[in-house]
Design a protein around this ligand. Sequence first.
Ligand SMILES: Nc1ncnc2c1ncn2[C@@H]1O[C@H](COP(=O)(O)OP(=O)(O)OC[C@H]2O[C@@H]([n+]3cccc(C(=O)O)c3)[C@H](O)[C@@H]2O)[C@@H](O)[C@H]1O
Ligand SMILES: Nc1ncnc2c1ncn2[C@@H]1O[C@H](COP(=O)(O)OP(=O)(O)OP(=O)(O)O)[C@@H](O)[C@H]1O
Ligand SMILES: NC(=O)CC[C@H](N)C(=O)O
Length: 699
Amino acid sequence: MDFKGNLDRVRRSIVEAKSMGATYRVGPELELPGYGCEDHFCELDTVEHAWECLRELLHEGYTDGIVCDIGMPVIHAGVRYNCRVFVYNQKIVFIQPKRELANDGNYREGRYFSAWQRPGEVDEHWLPLEISGLTDQKTCPFGDAILAFNDAIIASETCEELFTPNAPHIGLSLGGVEVISNGSGSHHQLRKLDTRLDLIMNATAKCGGVYLYSNQRGCDGGRLYYDGCACIAMNGKLLAQGSQFGLDDVEVITACVDLDEVVSMRCAVSSVRDQAARCKAPISIHVDFYLCNSHSKAIRTTQPIQPRIHAPEEELAYGPACWLWDYLRRSGASGYLLPLSGGADSSSTAAIVGCMCQMVVKAVGSGNLEVEEDARRIGQYGPGEPIDNARELAQRIFTTLYLGTVNSSEETRLRSKMLAEQIGSYHLQMRIDMLVEAVVRLFTMVTNKTPRFVTDGGTRAENLALQNIQARLRMVVSFLFAQLLPWVRGRSGFMLVLGSANVDEGLRGYLTKYDCSSADINPIGGISKQDIRRFLQWAAGNLGYPVLEQVEAAPPTAELEPLRDGQIAQTDEEDMGMTYEELSMFGRLRKISRCGPVSMFRQLLQQWSHAYPAAAIADKVKHFFTHYAMNRHKATTLTPSYHAENYSPDDNRFDHRQFLYNVRWPWQFSRIDDVLAEQPSPVEGSWDCRNGIGSVSES
Ligand SMILES: Nc1ncnc2c1ncn2[C@@H]1O[C@H](COP(=O)(O)OP(=O)(O)OC[C@H]2O[C@@H]([n+]3cccc(C(=O)O)c3)[C@H](O)[C@@H]2O)[C@@H](O)[C@H]1O
Ligand SMILES: Nc1ncnc2c1ncn2[C@@H]1O[C@H](COP(=O)(O)OP(=O)(O)OP(=O)(O)O)[C@@H](O)[C@H]1O
Ligand SMILES: NC(=O)CC[C@H](N)C(=O)O
């Protein structure tokens, strides 16, 4: 919805493309309003403002001498479409509506747009008055066609279309199109770039062609981070690749290609020639413009490069760090506050904020004036004060709190302190026992009852209540400090509170509702514990926070129950009745493999037969589904978090399910018992859980 900012970024991209000698420029999907407007697309204002922006581009001469392929919504014959608008020399040359909409997972395009339903047909589109008044052009072609320039043929497919089995690029390539552009709005997900790059390279590997891919980059005001990585491929090879994570608002990549190589490849394979010969010619729209510079002898074509793919640990550092920076600079806040327990989750969140500070300082150092302006404003640097030290920046914009109780160990307090020192955060440590005692005393005064831990002879309910008081009070204290610490330190503004519950805890409901898991935003809420542990090992060396090695090595614990002889007696895995590895497996099977209790049991019977007897597997599956169902209500209030995994339980935008269940699952569990009864009797000693419990592949 930032039309002004978006228009400015489109302008800058065109200027940069022209200065790099380009004659054709493709920008990301719906770039004028922004991809993530969601229900705002249903407002006519959004479409109207997009046309107003386009009018500016035409009027100001940005499209002179360069063909621009711009993403925006267009209403044609009373239907709203997600379109590519091709403009050149202040004229609208053609509008191509998206043919296959994205409607899975995080995407709901069908809610705002219709797909173009008439392949190979073109209508006359009546342009809005503000455009026709400017361009002397009342109509333009609208529909499914290709653009025939004097010396090259171009067509487009939009984002999801690349992912479909019968992708438009197949017919277009066979129909003689040499260059295919793709304006995308594709979000980051761990290990996804691989698939995207494969699809892009494959699109031109079988029957030749040039593929131009452009993508949004940054936080678009929601849980998703769009991960850029614009690229150009030809004949199955990558020629240019933009960065996946970065703080630059505009990044333009170009390549110089010899279209004869496309023709040559196509003519070389007889089956390709034959299929092309049978292909019905697409409708083409002629544009009187020479796209190629065939006469210059000095031109060097761009040579293939190897794709650059980040390790998952790097993705975990840079994706959430960039998302946090975008969020911070646009929120008006003056920093982040994190309750830092010294455990794996809050420590990895702290490391991601540290990584953000490192990226900001690096960007300022490399002359990025926008980042410098934002950093100066948020960090409240005086004019001329250098922004050249990530720890010093962290001291200004990142606060960490250790909120110990009598149940906290000295180890976690020290780890929290050491990590804060290594990152540079403004760190405070305090004991909150007096608050806990005050609340328990109030309860006793009113009810005449004093709850006790199980270790002191209390019931399970008392034990849980005593844990939850500590956890919830930490949340209250965190928000208080976030609001008032800037005032205490003589600064202006407020801080955003960071939450750090991981995806597995969210799924199992192993968290106290409205404790520190209830924050403003959470960078790791979509990341699994296993990935977090890998990230900690990586970050210890690569981000320069060595204490993270100790954090990773420590067993995860909530430290809410009394210590035994000063030692931690409570561990997450024991409390949950399952290991994080098992939980991760349940999470993937439930969401990615779409398993209900019975099919999950059947799958695990295959995968875990070497590790556990069938009856134990049945118990584990039932245990998981019981707790998932008991705690699903917690997913409705999960803090908005960075979407990183396909098995996220985010109830608000991604994983839509009821939150009140019959937690006994009587039908499903008795079917599990039936399947169990059919299993052969176990052979003594044939399982060994050290063999590992497998993995689920994405589908
Ligand atoms: N169906 C339903 N629909 C809507 N709300 C429902 C509900 N059922 C219960 N509730 C509400 O939820 C409450 C129960 O939930 P809650 O208060 O959270 O309490 P509960 O889930 O009983 O306990 C919290 C659990 O999380 C563990 N924990 C706490 C803190 C940190 C960590 C960690 O290491 O990460 C783990 C702790 O050890 C304990 O096992 C009920 O009192 C009720 O208010
Ligand atoms: N002693 C503490 N000081 C500050 N914050 C704490 C403390 N204990 C818990 N928290 C906060 O509450 C959250 C949930 O508590 P818990 O310790 O159970 O976390 P966890 O999920 O095991 O994560 P972690 O690995 O960070 O300890 C933590 O992520 C942290 O933000
Ligand atoms: N905007 C789109 O069409 C995106 C959908 C696509 N499958 C993706 O995740 O990248």
